[in-house]
Structure formats: structure tokens, C-alpha cells
Design a protein around this ligand. Structure first.
Ligand SMILES: Nc1ncnc2c1ncn2[C@@H]1O[C@H](COP(=O)(O)OP(=O)(O)OP(=O)(O)O)[C@@H](O)[C@H]1O
Ligand SMILES: O=C(CO)[C@H](O)[C@H](O)COP(=O)(O)O
Length: 336
């Protein structure tokens, strides 16, 4: 990307470590293409390196370990189409490396622990999502990844989660109240006392009244619906699938909630569910199912996490196109 973009659309993706941010970003890159999108990992704004954090007894989640003034200054500059020299936090060494040049592209995504923590940074966001993973599910995911891929023991993983919990609750979790959409991943209600955490109940909480964001709905906007889609058109093995849709309040805001509990046996049959969803921001019949089918291998593709990540990706695309459209209309108006 060589020329300055006319307008930069800024997207925030928040969540704790190991909550599926990278998977969500892969889905976004599939939708927008790498060319159009620059991703900034906010870990790069850690002001204390690993050794300093240890000496001072603070975690990386603590605002004291992060430089929010620099984050604001640089995110603002990117949004204004300017280049920045962004610091780099090196996860291998735990040290802060020399900065790198970042050129803005039409879409800038800031992802990490604190995209909505600082009021100034938050006010720059055009659309935001918070990935809210229940503790039991988070432990299961982390154990699966950190034991299989990073050689950690069960006790290590549990100790790491427990030691982060107070700061997580103080500084990370409260950001969900500011998000335009929250994907909440909870234990299933279909299997009594489930300990495996393979079957999940996933909610998409969509804030009402956000300019340009039209919440998707099931069957009838504003009604409360419970639906078991299993039958002739959707194959469901044990424990089946239950969906729910309805109005609600979330941190004092009016919101609508879509929910899927269970998992899809055959991904191509998700078209049956897509048929009953409205305001999905798709461009053609079956686009949502097609996007899911493109990457069956991504974790969560066979349940509500994949479905709602794709749906929120489509909403981000709609935001981008709306803002670009507004921009080109304004340019036309000022030229006349
Ligand atoms: N929807 C999902 N269903 C099941 N497992 C998942 C899902 N999303 C993520 N995981 C598991 O959690 C792990 C972490 O996911 P991912 O790398 O996307 O998270 P992250 O927030 O980017 O983590 P980090 O910040 O630590 O890099 C994956 O390796 C996978 O094991
Ligand atoms: O929560 C995190 C962000 O993903 C990391 O724990 C934080 O960035 C510190 O990194 P490291 O553990 O490599 O020192």
C-alpha cells in the first residue's frame, strides 16, 4: 500500500489471551483480503517488559504496564492516514524490540487486551467486538492449546489463568459494556454437568441504536423465539441444537441476543438456519454458510462461535462499506 487511504475504518477486537482473537482475525482477513487490512496487536504497547513486570509485581493486563498515551497518539495518527513507528513487544524474549514502520490501510484493526480500555482510543473505533469466554471454556481451550502446542502442564495453565483473574476482572472484562457486539461462549445447557466443554452455548449480543449497525434477527425482529431447528433439513446428533432470539438489556443498553446451543453435524446444512436469519448483511443467498464452509478447519466452525464470528465479520464489512460510501458522497457533495 503506497498511497494514503481516503478514509481509515478502525475496528476493535478485544478479549483475553487464548479467547479466539487470532481465529476471528483470520476470518476477517478472508473477508477483506490482507491488502485492505492492517492489524495492530496492542501487546506492542506494553511499556514494561517481562522482567520489569515481574520486578514490579504487575501483570500485562494492568494499565500500569501499558502506554495508553502512545497507543492513542498512534491509533489516531493511523486513523488520520498517517504512518507510525510502532513499538514491538517480543513474546519470545519478553523484551521490547526496536519500533517498526506501519502504513495505514483502509481498514485498521486493533486487537488485544485493551482496545476499549482508554476512553480516547475507544472513541476512535468505528466498530468493536468483545470475545467473552466463560472461565470453564477458557480453561479447556487453553489447556488444549498450551499443553499440546507449548509443552505446558495442566497445573501451569490453571495457575496462569488463576493469577491473571483479578486483573482480568478489573481491567479487561469491563470493556465488554462498550462493545457494539459481544460473542459470549458458555457451557452447554443441553448436557447436564458437561465437563468436556466440546459442545458450547454461544450468544451474540448486539447493541441496539448503534449508527449503521442493524442487528441480525431470527424469524421476527423484536419477538422472543425459541427454536429447535433439528429435523428434516438439519441433521442433529446428540445433544441436538437449540436456538434462541430475543430483546434484552446488556449493561443498561437495549440489545438483541441470538443464541445457538449445540453443534452442526453438516456445515452445508447451516444454510437452513441462514434462511431463517434476517439482516445478516450478506451480499448473496447463502454467503454466510459459504464463508463458514471455506474454512471448516478453523476452531469453532461447527458451532455458534464460527457462525457468529462470520456474522460479525459481515457487519464489519457493512460498516466499512457504509463509511466509505459516506466518504465518497461527501467528496462528491463538496466537489459540486
Ligand atoms: N471457537 C473455538 N472453539 C474451540 N476452540 C477454540 C475456539 N477458538 C479458539 N479455540 C482454541 O483456543 C486457542 C486460542 O485461540 P486463538 O489463537 O484464536 O486465540 P487468541 O485470543 O488469539 O490467543 P493469544 O492472544 O494467546 O494468541 C486455539 O488454539 C484453539 O485451541
Ligand atoms: O495476555 C497477553 C497478551 O496476549 C500476554 O500475556 C502479554 O502480552 C504478555 O506476554 P508474555 O506472556 O509473552 O510476556
Amino acid at each position: 500500500m503506497t498511497s494514503k487511504p481516503d478514509r481509515v475504518v478502525l475496528i476493535g477486537v478485544a478479549g483475553d489471551s487464548g479467547c479466539g482473537k487470532s481465529t476471528f482475525l483470520r476470518r476477517l482477513a478472508d473477508l477483506f483480503g490482507e491488502e485492505l487490512m492492517t492489524v495492530i496487536c496492542l501487546d506492542d504497547y506494553h511499556s514494561l517488559d517481562r522482567k520489569q513486570r515481574k520486578e514490579q509485581g504487575v501483570t500485562a493486563l494492568n494499565p500500569k504496564a501499558n502506554n495508553f498515551d502512545l497507543m492513542y497518539e498512534q491509533v489516531k495518527a493511523l486513523k488520520e492516514g498517517q504512518e507510525i513507528m510502532k513499538p514491538i513487544y517480543n513474546h519470545e524474549t519478553g523484551m521490547i524490540d526496536p519500533p517498526e514502520l506501519i502504513k495505514p490501510s483502509p481498514i485498521v484493526v486493533i486487537e488485544g487486551l485493551h482496545p476499549m480500555y482508554d476512553e480516547r482510543v475507544r472513541s476512535l473505533l468505528d466498530f468493536s467486538v468483545y470475545l467473552d469466554i466463560d472461565d470453564e471454556v477458557k480453561i479447556a481451550w487453553k489447556i488444549q492449546r498450551d499443553m499440546a502446542e507449548r509443552g505446558h502442564t495442566y497445573e501451569d495453565v490453571l495457575a496462569a489463568i488463576n493469577s491473571r483473574r483479578p486483573d482480568f476482572q478489573a481491567y479487561i472484562d469491563p470493556q465488554k459494556q462498550y462493545a457494539d457486539a459481544v460473542i459470549a461462549v458458555l457451557p452447554t445447557q443441553l448436557i447436564p454437568d458437561d465437563k468436556e466443554r466440546k459442545v458450547l452455548r454461544v450468544q451474540l449480543i448486539q447493541k441496539d441504536g448503534v449508527e449503521g449497525f442493524e442487528p441480525a434477527f431470527l424469524f421476527d425482529e423484536g419477538s422472543t423465539i425459541d427454536w429447535i431447528p433439528c429435523g428434516r433439513k438439519l441433521t442433529c446428533s446428540y445433544p441436538g441444537i437449540k436456538m434462541h432470539y430475543g430483546p434484552d438489556t446488556y449493561y443498561g443498553h437495549s440489545a438483541s441476543i441470538l443464541e445457538v446451543d449445540g453443534q452442526f453435524d453438516r456445515l452445508e446444512e447451516v444454510i437452513y438456519i441462514e434462511n431463517h436469519l434476517s439482516k445478516t448483511s450478506t451480499k448473496f443467498y447463502g454467503e454466510l454458510t459459504e464463508l463458514l464452509l471455506q474454512h471448516k478447519e478453523y476452531p469453532g466452525s461447527n458451532n455458534g462461535t464460527g457462525l457468529f464470528q462470520v456474522l460479525i465479520g459481515l457487519k464489519m464489512r457493512a460498516t466499512y462499506e457504509r463509511l466509505m460510501g459516506v466518504q465518497s458522497q461527501m467528496a462528491k457533495a463538496s466537489a459540486n
